[in-house]
Write a protein that binds this ligand. Sequence first.
Ligand code: CMC
Length: 392
Amino acid sequence: TGNVTLDPGFVNTASCESTITFIDGNEGILRYRGYPIEQLAEQATFLEVSFLLIYGHLPSQDELSTFEGKVSNRMMLDERMRELYRCFPRGAHPMQVLASGVMALGSFNRDTLDVHDPDQVEAASLRLIGSMPTLAAYAYKSSVGEPFLYPQKHLSYVENYLRLSFGTPQEEYEIDPAVVKAFETLFILHADHEQNCSTATVRMVGSADASIYASMSAGVNALSGPLHGGANQAVLEMLVKLREEGVDMKTYVSQVKDKKSGVKLMGFGHRVYKNYDPRAKIIKGHADELLRASGKSNALLDMALELEETALNDEYFIERKLYPNVDFYTGLIYEAMGFPAKYFTALFALGRLPGWIAQWREEHADPSRKISRPRQVYVGETERNYVPIAER
Ligand code: CMC
């Protein structure tokens, strides 16, 4: 096989050069295009950050307004797409529905499929960002069997998304500015994270010159796994199960430490962070603020806080440098907002989309780009002769 290095899980292999996101896992630092995540999370809007990730600089007021207008114009789906949602069974996992919706969006926008035409790539990027809240909200609405609403021009991106998810045709949806702010922050915190599993998938699929929609849909599918974005659903389900079964946190942590149990502490650990995930730090503050203010779900939050403290003081977690990651506290906020656990990962996808798009575009703009095609180390049988079936 020649000079091939075996690196399962790409622990030591960089697949690309990138100017988008910087992570220092030992220090717990995250920056988009050089800007610290803490500053962006507090001060920017999600569309402002999307612009920053995709175009490389913070937008001027004019640039931002133009971008917002273009995105807003693309929030409404082709009416035929409603049929797609109708054919999914009640209770289908929203990530499956979302991945299908993203793929279908390409079929409905066939004049944006040419990956070598910059105008089409730009049109597809805007189409995806504009349509994603509607796709995600409809995935939710169809799973609970409620009617779909249309987006409204006078509402912001996040406002539209919340109304599409929770509004009904019967009454005006009341927008709570604290909830809007929390979602702006959550989406910003999810917006990019360098070469994580779904982003690496997006680049992998993109490297074959597959359409941007095919690449993004592959990203949604990779994200659905419980070791990746699906962890936010898994964390809440873990907490609920612990509450139902009355398991105390110390007992649970000892179960996790016993490798034979096959149980992991969901929402803990990270390939790159060997320190507190800076995103988890920000979300923890918001979860505390929002949940205490609403008076909802305090029991689960208290359990999460206790679980975190128990783990962080335990030798197993200290030795391995395992800290809470972005998924540990998000589910508590989503749950308090009324989303079912099954829907949490779709929210992650909505936040991660601009990162995927920025990474896909960076890959395509690189003149030295090659199709992604890892090598392998063959460890199977050496040559042997075929045996006719009657003689086996
Ligand atoms: N609970 C218990 N033990 C753990 C955990 C955990 N959550 N995470 C890592 N370990 C142990 C692991 O068993 C290993 O122990 P040992 O050295 O004795 O074999 C050691 O810590 C190193 O872990 P690893 O599995 O080699 O680390 P990795 O970089 O391959 O995996 C991970 C990273 C995120 C997949 C893993 O930590 C994990 O499965 N965490 C739980 C799922 C989760 O929360 N995922 C969300 C990740 S962050 C956001 C996102 O990507 O969506």
